[in-house]
Design a protein around this ligand. Structure first.
Ligand code: ATP
Length: 307
């Protein structure tokens, strides 16, 4: 999948390629695959899914040696559960996904899916089993049909339309000048952050992965669009047992989680359900207090404007 965490020079290459000869989509997909630095170990096996539990075991990682992000990160995401990862900005939430998906490798420690070390499984099978709805969905310079089909290249037009319907973005698409044939992405039609994210949900619906990662947008969505999107995700993607991890900025979206993992400075400081964490009166509790008072200020501001 096309990720923002890919090295910038790689994005630059793609960008130049697209400008030069308007790459055919299929070629672009190949480019994305081939430019991924992770390689299969010689004896790599396909990932065998058995519920989809995920375990980080004493993981250390740094983008730059002098600035460690994780020193000793350990946690478990139980199979088939809905788990949220929360914590202050920059604590490493998105990095958890990048390591699991093997955009980067830990400097020490291991990551397991159903007991299999992710560095020992075939990359293609690892990524086939994990779907992601990223914070900022990259769109290709292509029409909407192609952009959604990126979730599963052999999907039929009907399947794409069905996925769009389930992701609640079909009506929006039908209103566009050329419907599913509308060009988006670089030099294409501008669409809103919320619409982009719903296209990403449609993409993931086509992929239908047993493990789902949802990286919540920080500010692109207003509260109403956000709650609509969460509803869509819950009905469209969590209709069957699926291990799902929500990286959340807004705590409202995590209340129903089976487990909430609280990170601070790259370490797990608390974990439990919403009720358990509220009783602890620790970091999670104080993050709630903080968000509640911010929301109150916002509401009062709106009322003052209206009144
Ligand atoms: P947010 O809540 O703001 O989205 P986060 O908890 O998801 O943040 P990460 O995106 O995982 O945090 O980043 C953790 C730290 O690593 C941050 O300080 C960030 O600046 C740094 N970082 C992230 N990506 C890179 C990168 N590609 N190169 C260098 N540093 C990075």
């Amino acid at each position: 999948i096309f990720q923002l965490s890919l090295p910038l020079n790689f994005l630059g290459t793609i960008y130049r390629e697209m400008r030069q000869n308007l790459l055919d989509m299929e070629v672009l997909y190949k480019l994305v695959e081939e430019n991924t630095p992770a390689k299969d170990a010689e004896d790599a096996q396909p990932l065998t899914l058995n519920g989809g539990s995920i375990r980080f075991d004493n993981v250390a990682f740094a983008y730059h040696p002098d600035r460690p992000i994780f020193r000793n990160l350990s946690f478990t995401v139980p199979a088939g559960k809905k788990v949220a990862i929360v914590g202050p900005s920059g604590c490493g939430k998105s990095t958890v996904f990048r390591l699991l998906y093997r955009f980067y490798e830990p400097s020490s420690g291991r990551i397991f899916i159903d007991g299999q070390d992710v560095t020992r499984v075939q990359l293609e099978s690892l990524r086939r089993n994990i779907g992601v709805v990223p914070q900022d969905t990259p769109l290709f310079h292509a029409d909407i049909m192609h952009n959604v089909r990126y979730g599963r290249l052999d999907a039929t037009d009907e399947e794409v339309v069905e996925a769009a319907r389930k992701a609640n973005v079909d009506k929006t698409i039908e209103r566009l000048p050329a419907g599913y044939g509308t060009m988006v992405g670089e030099r294409g039609l501008m669409i809103s952050g919320g619409e982009k994210q719903r296209l990403a949900v449609a993409r993931v619906m086509l992929k239908d992965p047993p493990i789902l990662f949802f990286d919540e947008a920080t500010s692109a969505l207003d509260a109403h669009t956000e709650s609509e999107l969460m509803k869509n995700i819950n009905t469209a993607l969590l209709d069957k047992a699926r291990t799902s991890i929500f990286i959340a900025h807004r705590l409202r979206t995590v209340v129903e989680s089976d487990l909430i993992i609280v990170l601070r400075e790259g370490e797990v400081v608390e974990q439990g359900t919403h009720d358990e964490l509220m009783k602890l009166r620790g970091l999670y509790y104080s993050m709630w207090q903080q968000q509640a008072s911010l929301e109150k200020i916002e509401e009062e501001g709106e009322e003052a404007l209206e009144g």
